[in-house]
Ligand binder design. Structure first.
Ligand code: ADP
Ligand code: MG
Length: 314
């Protein structure tokens, strides 16, 4: 199969909302009047982000999901994506499963694949995602203010527990194992939440490297500090030692939940939103003037945090 057969067979789908999709030197898209284009790339590298024997359907899902998560964190409507692939060989069944997983999630969010690149090389998957947001209304990292509540969506630490299970560092059973492995392999980007948070949240980020590390980016960009209650973190509650679950909730990567800050006046609105979206939203601490993030244990004592989160080069 030639490079062009491969693109044609697995990655060429109608892209009706784009002015020009796959097949030319560049795609053309029209951004609506009064809107900004939110653009972000995320790359998944074999051996770093996944193993060579990973299920290709789930890999196709996750390749797009981690990018959609960035759109969620910006409060943007995801619209278009490009997909750049380095592949060791043209493996038809693998490509079919991969593209099925990719397009299943793309279709669920109305995302059109409008271009990319395909080359031979060590397995490497890179998406650039483009979304629209009304001008000036994107959620950003730099808007947190002292006394804001800090919130997170969903349950934290599941992906890290799933990975620890696969690596034999702990054993999970039954439903907890299924939930954690699903969180690891098939994260669900919080697009609806991100859109609903426009005009409510003062700052937001998606949790890809761990809560403590990612909240740190909000604090740095907003020039504020924070206080977290470890006991308030929404963590896995059964089948795992509580302390381990809390550590994973604080430091574990790959969750793709949203962390955001909002004034206390927004509490009722956010509680109603959680019910409407059928998604847990949990208040885990406060933004404080000054710098640094203090984590308090159940007795109110300051905890010593050792591993801040995942860093490829640390
Ligand atoms: P060029 O050589 O001009 O960069 P290519 O020959 O690499 O163009 O690609 C041909 C067309 O196929 C382009 O529109 C490109 O965006 C698209 N394309 C290439 N690889 C992919 C892919 N993996 N998924 C979607 N579109 C792709
Ligand atoms: Mg090219």
């Amino acid at each position: 199969m030639s490079e062009f057969d491969l693109i044609e067979r697995y990655f060429t789908r109608p892209a009706p909302s784009a002015a020009l999709g796959v097949g030319d030197d560049a795609a053309l898209v029209a951004v609506g009047a009064g809107k900004e284009l939110a653009v972000s790339s995320d790359m998944l590298v074999c051996g770093t982000h996944f193993l060579a024997d990973a299920d290709p359907f789930l890999l196709g899902h996750k390749t797009l999901a981690v990018n959609l998560s960035d759109m969620a964190a910006m409060g943007a409507v995801p619209r278009w994506a490009t997909l750049s692939l380095a592949l060791p060989q043209a493996d038809g069944p693998w490509l079919q499963r991969f593209s099925d997983g990719f397009f299943a999630l793309a279709d669920a969010h109305g995302v059109e694949l409008v271009g990319g690149d395909t080359t031979r090389g060590p397995l490497n998957l890179c998406v650039t995602i483009m979304g629209e947001v009304p001008a000036g209304r994107a959620l950003r990292r730099d808007g947190a203010q002292p006394d804001d509540d800090i919130w997170v969506s969903g349950t934290l630490g599941r992906a890290a527990l799933g990975l620890a299970h696969l690596q034999g560092r702990l054993r999970l059973y039954d439903q907890v194992r299924e939930d954690c492995l699903q969180a690891l392999h098939q994260p669900m980007p919080r697009i609806a939440l991100g859109l609903a948070l426009r005009g409510i949240a003062r700052s937001a980020i998606d949790i890809s490297d761990g809560l403590y590390a990612d909240l740190g980016h909000i604090l740095q960009r907003s020039a504020v500090g924070a206080e977290l209650e470890i006991a308030a973190l929404p963590c896995v509650e059964t089948g795992v030692e509580a302390e381990r679950a809390q550590q994973c909730a604080l430091g574990g990567g790959d969750d793709y939940e949203l962390c955001f800050t909002a004034p206390a006046a927004a509490r009722d609105t956010l509680t109603a939103l959680a019910a409407q979206l059928d998604l847990n939203l949990t208040r885990i601490g406060k933004i404080r003037a000054g710098r640094g993030c203090v984590v308090r244990d159940a007795a109110g004592m300051e905890m010593k945090i050792e591993k801040a989160g995942y860093d490829h080069f640390a």
